[in-house]
Design a protein. Structure first.
Lengths: 446, 423
């Protein structure tokens, strides 16, 4: 369907040309269009949309569909587990994959191999030189070839964004199947953000094209304010210094909508409910299972470019992120929360006090420097909201093994809260070891 | 999933959007978008509101029977008139009630409200059961409320009588109390905003079955309440971006488009303000793209400490609770100043390699337009930017029957710096 010229102004030369192009397209098809138009209409080859002189991108993501695993019981009507799911999986998803460093053939082979949640990545704050570039390609949908959905990367919360790099497809554009677009980011504000595809966003977000991105502050490396030299923000006083960091990404699965997408049906979105509340793409007890390949800059794959099952657990092959928190007594631990479910969550610790130092990628500090951080047991936040909270690991009790503290979503109302002892599926453990037990952290969530 | 959304959006936008800009008379920009005040003369204004009913249009093509507060001399509208007063004024609101049921108004955030001269108080029947949160106007009668609008801020007003029915049927509106100094959200100098950049996002929801029941005089079981529509300023996208008072939305006078220029230290140093209100039954997490709002007030209280310390904070998720109001300053900086002379640091793909949106002008640059795919067109007028702002409980960006990308979403329109070629 062709969009009509809507401007009230007189027809410009451009619009006349457009009209001519439309007529030619409609009458004769692309093959008969004169040279100038046919060049416009022919897509560029896969992976070549960036001209050779562009700087290399830092990350390369692919949007596609796939399958993941959620506990089969309790079943959710005939929607879960999905009878179409290839064993051992249960749930149809859309998602991003990190295809950085893969060959074009390996990249293309990742169609129908989406993961959830999306790759975790982080960016140093822009210092005038270190622009960060993310390429996105669209591998198409393996289960739904009838859908010609574009994909985008929307960096949720990026200040002063220009539409060109916002990934909101009505104000700019989406990336159709087979094409590549490179987003260039100059993030000037440290903190925890999230990202997602913004095409048909009710559907693509629910289907799993969601994850966390965060920005490291320029203050990083200054060991005078905090010994580790690692900070959540440019605080100037070390108050957001930490020894370890863990992302806690909240998403939700409404089984009916996932089933509908796999079975060529449309859900009634006002019927929305949460069947599964996920933590980093998994539910308890998988939340404490090992990580897969999570270093975004050095992804590990098999020869075909596919993911490897975390810890050999085949059903978690496309859910690579562990939520297990491990730390030594006395260390400061930063928890980076972001919620791209549609409902509110109330993340609570049992036995630990959290200090909320930032929200929505903003240090909690008034314009006159007044400290707005606060201590909390429960972190209540809504869809699209991010919270940075720090706890200091309490002294170890002296017994053998780590002391264990639970972190879970206190909003009990979801079917997966029957999982593993009726304390919620969106749950993980914080394990505190005696001082000096664990070496310094290499990557977030390790 | 494209097959359902596309025809709807295209039809509605083809019919409605261009007309918003092309056909509508050209009132001053401050009236076309932004808070459209109903004011009353004198140092102590008196407003007359009349209980009325009528229909609104919904983005899936449905219409909905509503109740509302009509302004003096006006017909039914949804939501009720935005009453604007100045702090310190004694405000009088006369409620006329030609309906067959008692109706009242409560003014959360106002203290010492009187009804016909007596303190506004909960009303009980002889059995001790609550009949109204304040004295009501009886059927065919009236009641006069009065209060001193003591402090600046954004406040709701709504029916206190049978609110599970009357509020949900639409008997609500916004009260804006401005400080004595113009263009400030509060008395604080750091709450100053740009004249003409005062916007409202009044959020609400509708369970159509309740409205059908009321319209048909049938009983409705409130335990079955389930909203199926969500609205901003009484409209769903794409109607949200039409101007205030467009003739094809005769009962939904309030647009939700924000229109600003980029920040400029010399010519545009101050932010705009958005006044959020929630008349629904759950928190609405509103997400303005590209703009961390600076939350300077909630419930009409400036965020400050006992000694005036600044407790304002930035947010990209404005999570407004039922009945709550938030006052949020915002501005957009052209941080990278991308332009044809300072191009984006990526090769701009050819038009065949992108799927273009209806607000995109074909160029990455503010104030520029560029090539579009042959046959394609745009609503973009002068290379302005459109940056979305929407409820992030994304299932609420829908209308009954599976229509998506509607509901409480609107755009921030950023015009190129002046002088520009924008209409």
């Amino acid at each position: 369907m062709t969009r009509k010229q809507l401007r009230p102004s007189l027809l410009s030369r451009r619009s006349l040309l457009r009209g001519a192009g439309t007529a030619l397209l409609g009458a004769a098809g692309v093959g008969l269009v004169p040279g100038r138009f046919s060049r416009l209409l022919l897509p560029e080859g896969f992976g070549t949309a960036s001209a050779a002189e562009d700087p290399p991108h830092d990350l390369f993501f692919a949007g596609t569909d796939g399958w993941m695993w959620l506990p089969e019981t309790p079943a959710v009507g005939h929607f879960h587990p999905d009878v179409l799911a290839p064993p051992p999986f249960t749930t149809y998803i859309f998602g991003f994959r990190n295809v950085t460093g893969l060959t074009p053939a390996q990249r293309a082979a990742q169609k129908l191999k989406a993961q959830h949640s999306a790759p975790i990545w982080w960016v140093p704050q822009y210092d005038g030189t270190n622009e960060f570039r993310v390429a996105l390609t669209n591998l198409g949908l393996g289960i739904r070839p009838d859908l010609t959905d574009a994909h985008t990367v929307h960096w949720h919360g990026f200040r002063n964004v220009v539409p060109f790099f916002d990934g909101e497809p009505s104000g700019s554009f989406g990336v159709p199947a087979g094409r590549v677009f490179v987003y260039a980011f100059r993030p000037r504000h440290p903190g925890t953000y999230m990202y997602h595809c913004h095409v048909e966003d009710t559907e693509h977000v629910q289907m799993g094209m969601t994850g966390i991105v965060f920005v490291r502050p320029l203050q990083d490396g200054n060991t005078a304010l905090y010994p580790s030299g690692k900070y959540a923000y440019n605080d100037g006083d070390g108050s957001t210094g930490f020894d370890r960091e863990f992302v806690m990404f909240l998403s939700e699965v409404w089984a009916e909508s996932h089933w509908c997408d796999a079975h060529i049906q449309l859900p009634e979105w006002s019927d929305y409910r949460v069947d599964f509340g996920l933590l980093n793409g998994r539910v308890w007890p998988d939340t404490i299972a090992p990580n897969g390949s999570i270093d975004p800059f050095h992804p590990v794959t098999d020869a075909s470019g596919d993911l490897l099952p975390p810890g050999g657990i085949e059903r978690l092959k496309y859910q690579p992120f562990s939520s297990l928190v491990t730390c030594n007594a006395g260390e400061r631990v930063l928890l980076r929360f972001a919620n791209l479910g549609f409902r509110e969550a109330s993340m609570a610790t049992v036995g630990l006090r959290l200090r909320v130092v930032g929200k929505d990628a903003t240090l909690l500090r008034g314009r006159d420097g007044t400290d707005g951080s606060y201590e909390a047991q429960h972190l209540s936040f809504g869809a699209g909201e991010a919270i940075d909270a720090i706890f200091t690991a309490p002294p170890h009790s002296g017994g053998s093994g780590p002391d264990v503290y639970v972190l879970h979503d206190r909003a009990y109302r979801r079917s997966d809260h029957a999982a593993g002892g009726n304390a919620g599926g969106r749950r993980t453990e914080i394990r505190v070891f005696p001082p000096g037990t664990l070496p310094p952290q290499g990557f977030p969530n390790t | 999933m494209r097959e359902l959304r596309t025809p709807l959006l295209r039809c509605t936008t083809l019919l409605l959007l261009p007309a918003a800009w092309a056909i509508a008379p050209a009132p001053a920009a401050a009236q076309a978008v932004g808070v459209a005040c109903t004011t009353a003369p004198g140092p102590n204004p008196t407003f007359t509101l009349r209980v009325s009913d009528g229909y609104i249009q919904l983005p899936d093509g449905n219409t909905m029977y509503m109740w509302g507060y009509a302004p003096a001399g006006g017909g039914f509208q949804h939501p009720g008139p935005t009453l604007c007063v100045t702090a310190g004024q004694t405000v009088t609101v006369v409620l006329q009630n030609p309906s067959p049921r008692p109706v009242s108004i409560v003014f959360p955030g106002q203290e010492g409200v009187t009804a016909d001269g007596a303190l506004a108080q909960p009303q009980l029947d002889t059995g001790g059961t609550l009949t109204s949160l304040a004295q009501a106007a009886p059927p065919g009668g009236s009641v006069t409320y009065s209060f001193v609008a003591a402090r600046p801020g954004t406040f709701p007003y709504h029916s206190g009588t049978d609110p599970l029915t009357q509020v949900r049927m639409g008997l609500f509106g916004a009260l804006v109390v401005r400080p004595g100094v113009p263009e400030r959200a509060f008395d604080r100098p750091d709450s100053a905003y740009t004249a003409g950049e005062e916007f409202m996002l009044l959020l609400s929801e509708i369970d159509p079955l309740q409205h059908y029941a009321v319209e048909g005089g049938l009983p409705f079981d409130p335990t079955t309440y389930k909203p199926r529509y969500w609205l901003a300023n009484g409209r769903g996208f794409p109607d949200t971006i039409a101007d205030n008072g467009v003739p094809w939305l005769p009962t939904q006078p309030y647009g939700a488009l924000a229109r600003i220029h980029p920040w400029s230290p010399a010519t545009h140093p101050l932010p705009g303000v958005v006044r959020y209100l929630n008349f629904g039954s759950e928190n609405y997490p509103f997400h303005p793209h590209g703009n961390n709002g600076l939350v300077v007030g909630r419930d009409g209280f400036a965020l400050e400490g006992p000694l005036g310390e600044d407790l304002a904070f930035e947010k990209f998720a404005i999570n407004v609770a039922p009945g709550q109001t938030w006052d949020v300053l915002f501005q957009w900086h052209d941080a990278e100043s991308y332009s044809p002379g300072n191009p984006v640091p990526v090769t701009v793909p050819s038009v065949a390699n992108l799927q273009y949106g209806m607000f995109y002008g074909g160029s990455p640059y503010l104030g520029s337009t560029g090539p579009l795919p042959p046959g394609a067109s745009t609503l973009n007028q002068c290379g302005e930017y459109y940056i979305i702002t929407h409820n992030h409980a994304l299932h609420q960006l829908s209308a009954w029957g599976g229509v998506v990308m509607v509901g409480p979403l609107t755009y921030l329109r950023i015009d190129p710096p002046q002088p520009n070629s924008c209409p």
